[in-house]
Design a protein around this ligand. Sequence first.
Ligand SMILES: *[C@@H]1O[C@H](CO)[C@@H](O)[C@H](O)[C@H]1NC(C)=O
Ligand SMILES: *[C@@H]1O[C@H](CO)[C@@H](O)[C@H](O)[C@H]1NC(C)=O
Ligand SMILES: *[C@@H]1O[C@H](CO)[C@@H](O)[C@H](O)[C@H]1NC(C)=O
Ligand SMILES: *[C@@H]1O[C@H](CO)[C@@H](O)[C@H](O)[C@H]1NC(C)=O
Ligand SMILES: *[C@@H]1O[C@H](CO)[C@@H](O)[C@H](O)[C@H]1NC(C)=O
Length: 284
Amino acid sequence: MFAFVVALALSAPVALAEEEAMKNLTTVTWAHAVNNKTYLEAALASELSMLEADVVLGHITGKDGPPIPIMAHPPATTSDLSLGDFLTGVAQYNNVNAKQKGVKLDFKSIEAFEKAQDIIAPFSKPEVTFPLWLNADILPGPIKATTKPVDAEKFIQLASKHPRAVLSIGWTTNYGGNITEGEYSREQIGSMLRLVNEHNVNQTVTFPVRAGLASNSQPVLLDLVRETSSLNSSITVWSSEGDNVEVDRLRALILTMGLEKTYLDVPHELAAKLHLPPPTNTKN
Ligand SMILES: *[C@@H]1O[C@H](CO)[C@@H](O)[C@H](O)[C@H]1NC(C)=O
Ligand SMILES: *[C@@H]1O[C@H](CO)[C@@H](O)[C@H](O)[C@H]1NC(C)=O
Ligand SMILES: *[C@@H]1O[C@H](CO)[C@@H](O)[C@H](O)[C@H]1NC(C)=O
Ligand SMILES: *[C@@H]1O[C@H](CO)[C@@H](O)[C@H](O)[C@H]1NC(C)=O
Ligand SMILES: *[C@@H]1O[C@H](CO)[C@@H](O)[C@H](O)[C@H]1NC(C)=O
């Protein structure tokens, strides 16, 4: 009995430390716009853990025929990389490497997502285990953003056919340049919550939020994540190069939300300024 207690006391701190490391979502690192073959190869060869890439309808350079889902950022409609080849490439890498790379597919239109269904399906089966995120801006957001959002209802409905995929749903934004101040309104957050509830979303959810705006929206974002906690919800803080961001406010948001509920996808310069607290020393 005594020996048993001692063994427990010795192993507990190690287990705790491992668990804490796993729960620090800010340790996840990102490659962006992995929209061509050369960069896909480079990203797979890198230490980065998540590959973010954009999906539009278009053509493989030099090929005709009906438009297909390709990796490209608007306004581009051609690429040397199709969605199918992108996913196959990542899956092949993951088959022979212990450290899995995940993908975040940013769908730029509902048509691209509709046409992508059969292409995604083999990779959203339960036996495939690498992280698969399906992302779109599905609601109009700050500040009076005029970009047309991706059809919210259709996106959620189609995404539910891929239950193992993480649903990454956010707002269009208009920020940066001479727009340096703003926030997510209670109405914008409420619209998202209503969508999630009305469509009985039952898969893991993350809400991408733009750092400069999110840092001024702490109370409503805490509400959003609390109200969706049964979906293991999180926020994914992202930022564009040059966005005005109040670093202290962003730090406060991340620490109040918790490192276990906050993915961080911001430029290195901003991440370094945050000085996130290191793991607590479990040895005392
Ligand atoms: C490939 O993608 C990377 C990252 O988006 C970009 O920097 C590079 O210019 C692209 N190369 C070509 C040939 O399009
Ligand atoms: C912001 O910049 C845009 C384009 O550069 C300009 O049209 C607009 O008037 C500016 N707005 C303000 C408030 O300065
Ligand atoms: C999750 O939702 C989908 C679509 O609404 C439904 O088909 C599925 O049965 C639900 N799964 C669970 C485990 O509730
Ligand atoms: C949330 O996490 C729990 C524990 O890991 C898991 O059993 C459950 O299926 C998850 N639910 C969602 C919607 O992610
Ligand atoms: C969380 O991860 C960040 C980024 O890797 C690191 O700077 C920080 O020290 C970590 N904190 C904890 C508590 O794990």
